[in-house]
Design a protein around this ligand. Structure first.
Ligand code: SF4
Length: 275
């Protein structure tokens, strides 16, 4: 038995503040919920809370205007589990590009069955055939940025128009491009509308995520056991070395590209840095 398995909902931030004289509330103190808004210091406070407490805050603050977006990487699976364990009614969606691995689709069904939820599949406006007719076959081999824009970013942008808070599985440790991810980030959309982005597991390590999955016998993508560390579209994902520092090294091999764009297209109007 792995004795380093963290308890459910315990992120590194939750263990780093004990015994200090911080003016911020203790990690187990509930954040005040302010109707119709977010406290000015919510981002700073949330940095000190556990992942489960962050999820609860989102559910209580935004209700049906919050949703977990997941591609079923490890952190997304943990988030679904923590939400289910806490009895939180958070909507869940995934971006189905039409090019996902069969194993990923099977995992989606397994998670729905395990947690008794329905995960919405958000799809592109263009079918694969329509995209090929308009932009040529296998666009991902020539212009993956445009392909990601059409099949991921645009559908996500449409989906986010119905939300006030988007919950993700982004972790700081995943890649250099994600190292400064805040637990709570404020984004402004067209017309000045605010969209909050909550990354409840941003401070979790890969080892914490997988220890939690193993300890709770959660379903996961079997491709991980075949050397795939980060799993996206089947045509753009390859196994990557276990010692590769960048967890996302197996994505878009041969291109100078590490992000599909869904975590970089929003205009961030404030951020928090790592505590
Ligand atoms: S990951 Fe590849 S196939 Fe999927 S949307 Fe991006 S470029 Fe297209």
């Amino acid at each position: 038995m792995n004795t380093t398995v963290p308890s459910a909902g315990t992120g590194t931030a939750g263990t780093a503040t004990g015994g200090t004289s911080s003016p911020l509330p203790a990690p187990c103190s509930p954040l005040p919920v302010i109707a119709g808004g977010v406290p000015d210091d919510a981002a700073a406070r949330l940095e000190r809370y556990t992942a489960a407490e962050r999820l609860r805050w989102a559910a209580e603050t935004f209700g049906g205007r919050a949703a977990i977006g997941t591609s079923f990487q490890g952190a997304g699976i943990v988030a679904l589990h923590l939400a289910a364990e806490a009895g939180l009614k958070l909507a869940v969606f995934t971006l189905d590009t039409g090019l996902l691995f069969p194993e990923t689709l099977a995992l989606k069904a397994a998670l729905e069955a395990r947690f008794g939820i329905e995960i919405e599949s958000v799809r592109p406006r263009l079918s694969l055939d329509a995209q090929a007719a308009e932009y040529g076959a296998a666009l991902w081999e020539r212009d993956p940025d445009l392909c990601c824009q059409l099949r991921k970013v645009m559908p996500l942008s449409d989906k986010l128009a119905s939300l006030d808070c988007w919950l993700t599985g982004v972790r700081r440790e995943q890649a250099a491009s994600r190292a400064v991810t805040g637990i709570l980030e404020r984004n402004e959309r067209a017309g000045g509308r605010v969209l909050w982005k909550l990354n409840p597991l941003a401070d979790w390590s890969r080892n914490q995520v997988w220890a939690h999955i193993r300890a709770n016998d959660l379903p996961y993508n079997p491709l991980h056991d075949a050397g795939y560390r980060s799993i996206g579209c089947s045509v753009c994902t390859r196994p990557s070395g276990a010692c590769d520092a960048d967890e996302r090294a197996g994505r878009w091999t041969g291109f100078n590209k590490t992000e599909c764009g869904i975590h970089t297209f929003l205009k961030q109007s404030s951020t928090t840095t790592k505590p």
